[in-house]
Design a protein around this ligand. Structure first.
Ligand code: NCD
Ligand code: ZN
Length: 486
């Protein structure tokens, strides 16, 4: 029998329901065996992963790689390098590039830019009044999904009217295509911002005052009404407020196919940090008062929020530090720091590694129709693996970011738990924290995977050949006691 390409021995494989010590065999792009050391096929290359956890590569549903249009902020190569170094193997890129991803031509430009990617990708195309008649066309040209900027944000793309939202949802519902929604009410925010500006406010807090939680509540409520009416699948981007969670809970209970992401900044930062960071932390929706942090965490724990995304939104230091808050561009890089930040919370025992894998990989894989091929370490799946060292400690440093725009609200933050190697479809794109430059041109669109019918959850059946259970008395997710403070 022919050798397989790679066997990884000694690692602990994490899925949402258990952690098992098992070996993994990889041939070409896929996992061909998972099980006991003794039953692994012979391999051209052997690797030990003792002490490391093997997680399905993270899937980030929300990045802005700025390509084409804003090469001084980021490009596809630097953005995807940041992803690879952050343990992220698949990203979904947002359409507020220049040109916006709302025509076949613009989509072709983006796919061209993405040819030199260190991670796999999906493309959210633009959903707006101008593109609602083009949705099928954009899918045909390679879009995996759509994004509706219901609240104004970087790029100043006009919010779709309610009529266009309804019409687009009617078109997409029978196709099963999910639309990401930036859910803030534009009219509330425009009026508030104007009043604040007229009152001479230029401080960082004014940004939050212009975008109160009710803007998010109203927009989520409206989008869920239209989604429920049409049966369209929707995804709430960067959920920021504790006060709008009740809408998600109720809609999910009624069977609306809504998924939702939150980001590390809404879980771990709040208005105390705005005072410290000013424009660096300006982001849409805004980071809110401390009272929002814990309810958002609980919503992740109970499944109201499905996943972690980053809203990786780089801008240059000059664009982030202007005197007036209104002149500071909104957003900051995040795709590279998400995993260490969240693993630190696991080390603090706020969640288990199994919870984390659900939020970082399984839920997004399911939301975008990739589960089975991605989001799981099992036979038949892509060999997309983040090797994680839960003991490694360090300090996040913006100077070391792969992004072009090196200004991060996470700068100087102590973390414990790092991705140390990243495998993308059987090839290392990051090893020992270092980008594998020669791996470039390896990333592919997930469009083809998505076109296949949703596979059934397959975890269980694939461990049957050589099932391994944790030794008696060992909690499967037992981790060293927390050592790191926030
Ligand atoms: C994003 C950007 O810069 O593209 N900015 C942000 O504040 N989140 C746009 C967005 O996702 O809203
Ligand atoms: Zn947004």
């Amino acid at each position: 029998m022919k050798n397989v390409d790679l066997v990884i021995r000694g690692g602990k494989i994490v899925s949402p329901d258990r952690i098992i010590e098992a070996s993994v065999a990889i041939d070409g792009e896929r996992i061909v065996a998972v099980g006991h050391d003794d039953v692994m096929p012979s391999a051209t290359r052997e690797m030990r992963a003792d002490g490391l956890y093997l997680l399905p590569g993270a899937i980030d549903s929300h990045v802005h790689f700025r390509d084409p249009g804003y090469p001084h902020k980021e490009n596809w190569q630097t953005g995807s390098a940041a992803a690879a170094c952050g343990g992220v193997t698949t990203v979904f890129d947002m359409p507020n590039t220049n040109p916006a991803t709302g025509t076949r031509e613009a989509l072709a430009m983006k796919l061209k830019a993405a040819e030199r990617s260190f991670c796999d990708f999906g493309i959210h195309a633009l959903f707006g009044d101008e593109t609602v008649h083009l949705l099928e066309d954009l899918l045909d040209a390679g879009a995996t999904s759509f994004k509706a900027f219901v609240g104004n944000t970087f790029g100043n793309l006009p919010a779709p009217t309610d009529g266009a939202l309804l019409e687009g949802f009617e078109k997409l519902a029978p196709l099963g295509i999910r639309t990401v929604v930036h859910a803030e009410n534009s009219s509330i925010m425009a009026r508030r911002q104007k009043a604040l500006q007229e009152a001479g406010r230029i401080d960082a807090q004014a940004h939050l005052d212009a975008r109160p939680a009710v803007a998010e509540i109203e927009a989520i409520g409206r989008v869920l009404t239209l989604a429920e009416w049409t049966g369209a699948r929707v995804h709430i981007a960067h959920h920021s407020a504790a006060d709008s969670l009740y809408l998600l809970r109720a809609a999910k209970a009624r069977g609306v196919d809504v998924t939702a992401e939150t980001c590390p900044q809404y879980l771990l930062l709040n208005t105390d940090d705005i005072l410290r960071l000013g424009g660096i932390l300006r982001v849409n929706p805004p980071v809110r008062e401390p009272r929002h942090n814990q309810p958002l965490w609980e919503a992740l724990m109970d499944g109201t929020l499905d996943m972690i995304a980053t809203d990786h939104a780089p801008h240059t230091p000059e664009e982030k530090t202007r005197e007036s808050i209104w002149a500071c561009d909104c957003g900051f890089p995040g795709v590279e720091t998400q995993m260490p930040l969240m693993l630190t919370q696991v080390n603090r025992q706020r969640a288990t590694l199994m919870d984390y894998v659900k939020w970082s990989a399984v839920a997004p894989a399911k939301a975008w129709g990739l589960y089975g091929t991605k989001g799981v370490i099992a036979v038949g799946a892509h060999a997309d693996i983040a090797f994680v060292d839960m003991a490694q400690t360090g300090t996040l440093s913006q100077g070391r970011l792969k992004s072009i725009s090196k200004l991060s609200p996470w700068h100087d933050r102590a973390v414990q738990g790092y991705p140390v190697h990243t495998l993308l479809r059987g090839r290392f794109v990051m090893q020992h924290g270092k980008l594998m430059e020669e791996a470039i041109t390896h990333g592919c669109s997930v469009k083809g995977i998505q076109a296949m019918p949703l596979p059934q959850p397959r975890n269980q059946q694939h461990y049957t050949s050589a099932i391994l259970t944790p030794p008696p008395g060992v909690r499967p997710n037992a981790l060293p006691a927390a050592e790191v403070e926030r």
